[in-house]
Write a protein that binds this ligand. Structure first.
Ligand code: F0G
Length: 456
């Protein structure tokens, strides 16, 4: 059969609160034109993030009841530890309350002044944690990853030539690690090929640089490898994941993505070397090593979710639903990142709203228009998120002005997705009437979360 169906039935539902365009205009004004400041019950389709927003399965909810809340040595931890070890092959498993807590622990030890972290693209909180330690983050995305609308199979790849050139020019002593983000969230949810991970591993090994994986969406990336790298066509997702992680010295993971959990994360390490230092920090910031920042019930839900996400029927449906939305709006002429990524659709706001300059935040203007038109909430990944100021307080724009519509896992049906496409296409037709924004108030780091803006 041609139709790919949702590989689940729905047992429990949540209502969507309907509202009007007039209502949404005033709600957005009250939220200072920042979608993070909206009340979520004023949102009809919430595509702000795929993080922590998954629908858990009946097996996960059953696992919640089995959660053992012992302070130390809980059986729930050992199930969690085994699942992470099965997938990553890494013996050291440190639970944390979410991905950025793993990053904070790892970078507090390996970062600091004069250190450099090189990546395909660092996610915003990852970069912020690196910079907070005093270190520098350097993104070396492959050339095709910089061209939003030109399709290529692995646009998330790190530029291995640029990596080698960087090492030749600067030496390796200051490079704390190379981090490969799979899939590349800030660069369109694009996958990284096994070949690229393997090559990066060889470069790192040759120069004694540790290689880490930011593994939030490891299963989605593994599925792309299966589909697009012919030698992996007959391998299982677990086998592909095993090989990915075999090239790394460690990984950080947000279980809020590909583990279908509402909270959680971990840091996994191949060598005991750093483990003691990490656990020492864990105890003072997160909790005892067998629960980290989590309840026993969360550990159970994650352990189950980590296996569920590797189901190929699920991954086929997942990747196809993102592609379906991408193709539908692309067919209507909407500038969208191609090919479709693994967890989200990325609109190219620079092309969508060419009349709005970067300093007036075209991505954020589009976010606001999609909310007003259809009650859809999404996020800007452009100059509001990544822009910096020069010495004269002039904006240095981000390289891309994207708007991300992240699809929560197992939450929305095909008609929700059809509705989203319709809203995007309507906004595209009326794009000339959209105006830019100005920032009224902002924080020094991660300003996009709390910034207050106004319409121009
Ligand atoms: N790394 C990547 C690639 C991410 O996408 C995220 C989170 C993190 C690390 C941090 O994980 O949220 O558990 O602390 N991304 C979310 C998003 C927030 O909306 O893309 P966390």
């Amino acid at each position: 059969m041609k139709t790919i169906i949702e590989p689940f039935r729905i047992k429990s539902v949540e209502p969507i609160h309907f509202n009007t365009e007039e209502y949404r205009k005033s709600a957005l004004k009250a939220a200072h034109y920042n979608a993070f400041l909206l009340h979520s019950d004023d949102v009809m389709i919430d595509l702000l993030t795929d993080s922590g927003t998954s629908a858990m399965s009946s097996a996960q909810w059953a696992g919640i009841m089995l959660g053992d809340e012992s302070y130390a040595g809980s059986p729930s931890f050992y199930k969690f530890e085994k699942a992470v070890q099965d997938i990553t092959g890494m013996p050291v498993v440190i639970p944390t309350h979410q991905g950025r807590a793993s990053e904070k622990i790892l970078f507090s030890i390996t970062g600091g002044k004069d250190k450099v972290f090189i990546s395909n693209t660092l996610f915003d909180t990852t970069r912020a944690n690196i910079e907070f330690s005093g270190a520098e983050g350097v993104d070396l995305i492959c050339p095709e990853g910089k061209l939003p609308t030109i399709p290529a199979p692995f646009k998330g790849n790190i530029d291995t030539k640029a990596l080698t050139a960087y090492i030749t020019q600067h030496g390796s002593a200051h490079i704390a690690m190379v981090i490969i983000t799979i899939t590349n969230n800030s660069g369109g949810g694009q996958p990284v090929s096994m070949q690229n991970i393997r090559e990066t591993h060889h470069i790192c090994k040759q120069h004694g640089i540790p290689l880490y994986i930011d593994a939030c969406r490891f299963a989605e990336n593994a599925y792309f490898i299966k589909m697009r790298e012919p030698e992996y066509a007959d391998k299982s997702i677990l086998e592909i994941a095993n090989e990915i992680f075999s090239y790394a010295d460690g990984c950080t993971m947000s279980a809020k993505k590909d583990a279908f959990a509402n909270i959680g994360g971990f840091l996994a390490l191949r060598h005991e070397g750093l483990a003691m230092q990490c656990r020492n920090l864990l105890v003072i910031t997160e909790g005892f090593p067998t629960y980290g920042g989590l309840a026993g019930r969360d550990l159970e839900a994650i352990a189950i979710g980590l296996y569920e996400v590797m189901d190929e029927h699920y991954l086929q449906y997942r990747i196809r639903s993102i592609e379906y939305l991408t193709q539908k709006i692309a067919a209507a002429g909407v500038p969208v990142m191609l090919p479709a990524g693994g967890h989200a659709v990325y609109l190219d706001a620079k092309q969508f709203l060419p009349h709005i300059p970067a300093a007036q935040y075209p991505g954020q203007a589009l976010v606001c228009s999609l909310y007003i038109k259809g009650g859809i909430r999404c996020v800007e990944i452009g100059s509001l998120m990544f822009g910096k100021y020069d010495d004269e307080h002039q904006l240095i724009p981000a390289p891309l002005e994207l708007v991300r519509l992240a699809i929560p896992r197992r939450v929305y049906t095909q008609s929700h997705i059809d509705y989203v496409a319709e809203v995007i296409i309507e906004v595209f037709k009326e794009r000339q009437q959209i105006s830019g924004l100005v920032i009224k108030e902002e924080a020094p780091i991660l300003r996009h979360f709390t910034a207050k803006l106004d319409m121009i």
